[in-house]
Write a protein that binds this ligand. Structure first.
Ligand code: SF4
Ligand code: SF4
Length: 88
């Protein structure tokens, strides 16, 4: 499942640099998560890094993007394949 950031976000900037998929970005008002890039950290970490770090616990599962672990792994592999060779 991709995760999402709710409007309880306090824009603390902690999560964005820790996302291994560069899925988190600053939106018009608060940080947002690109569901096409969030693998719930599958492929990188045992636990979602953003959820572990968020001080206000405002990162639930995105109900619009419920995905199995296998689907998340496929997304991880696609994102890895898209990376430039120099950054792999
Ligand atoms: S769960 Fe992982 S991949 Fe998804 S937004 Fe959070 S840090 Fe990024
Ligand atoms: S860690 Fe939580 S509060 Fe901080 S920017 Fe990310 S989502 Fe917002």
């Amino acid at each position: 499942m991709a995760l999402m950031i709710t409007d309880e976000c306090i824009n603390c900037d902690v999560c964005e640099p820790e996302c291994p998929n560069e899925a988190i970005y600053l939106g018009p008002q608060i940080y947002e998560i690109d569901p096409a890039r969030c693998t719930e950290c599958v492929g990188h970490h045992e636990q979602p890094q953003c959820v572990q770090l968020c001080p206000v616990a405002c990162i639930p599962v995105n109900p619009q993007h419920v995905e199995s672990r296998e689907t998340l792994m496929q997304k991880y592999l696609r994102l890895q394949a898209e990376k430039p060779a120099s950054a792999a």
